[in-house]
Design a protein around this ligand. Sequence first.
Ligand SMILES: [Zn+2]
Length: 360
Amino acid sequence: MRIHNCHTHIFTNRCVPDHFLKFGLYRLFSNDSFTRPLGRFINTVTSGSCNDIFDQYTAFANIGNFRSQEAIFDFLARHYPKGTVFAVLSIDMEYMGAGKCQVSFEKQLEELADIRKIHGDTIRPFICADPRRPAIADLVKRYIEEEGFAGVKLYPALGFYPFDERLYDLYSYCQNHAIPVMTHCSAIGIHFNYPVTREMLVHPKTGAQLRKRKKAAFAEVYSHPENYAYVLDRFPELKLCFSHLGGSKEWHAYLATRWDETQPVSWLKVITDLIRNDRYPNLYGDIAYVVNDPTLMNLLKALLGDRLLRSRILLGTDFYIAEKDISERAHSIDIRGGLSPDDYRQIAEANPMCFLSTRY
Ligand SMILES: [Zn+2]
């Protein structure tokens, strides 16, 4: 079996804007000369365990501090059998209102193209598409046709709706060539960093007045899976993966709710209903940063028991974001050990091969 991990990241801290985390904590944690002595001190006064939360967090931040994306890719690959395929998702953080990135998005892409030249098909880079970037469709086409990129990544929580019409040329191109689109669909994650304005409080499709809320909560309006009904109505055969299948919070909400109209509908239910809709034959979901919570493994097994969903769920670990909680080796072994060999082969090989195959 050739394992395919469909959701990983290898961007360095230099691709991340200055104000990514409040008070620059991210940069502080990713600075060795700060974390080493502090870690030693904390481990001395606490249990001394090498697996405490602080160590995990610094492990995460220090990976981002590696000298290059290639060094991070090498580190990732060493956790898996030789020949494992990794979908690597780039990220464009230049429009989220968090300051300047030391390494521009275009430079991040050039580095990925260089890594692909060295590592061939074991790395499948996805180009992040933000509708606010001028001529985004042309940039995507160039990287797919000339640099062998595998697909497109969307991150609406950075401040746009997936039905933004500046993305429609791109969707049309992706639908025509069966190019996979991977979208962040979780209420958890990074989000835009500018004030919520009065204009933002009017829903662009329905005209409804939206409730004023903080940035992190408002970002959920952009990420909500119902937004894709507008996209799929126009591009029903788009090959689209809902990353995180709504995220662990929504998986827990799914477990906690009854089939009852008085209950809010979990994002997981919205997504699985879309996947089951036979008008949309090319929808997928990945399990990145979800089953690192072991209490959700049984729900994954139940989803894989459904004949249709079984063919649409993809293995993904969200390396190195999940490193905050668990090492990549432990995480990947927990997934493999938690599933039957058939189920594992389905999500790690059969489904990813369909998802990643294009008509080129
Ligand atoms: Zn991710």
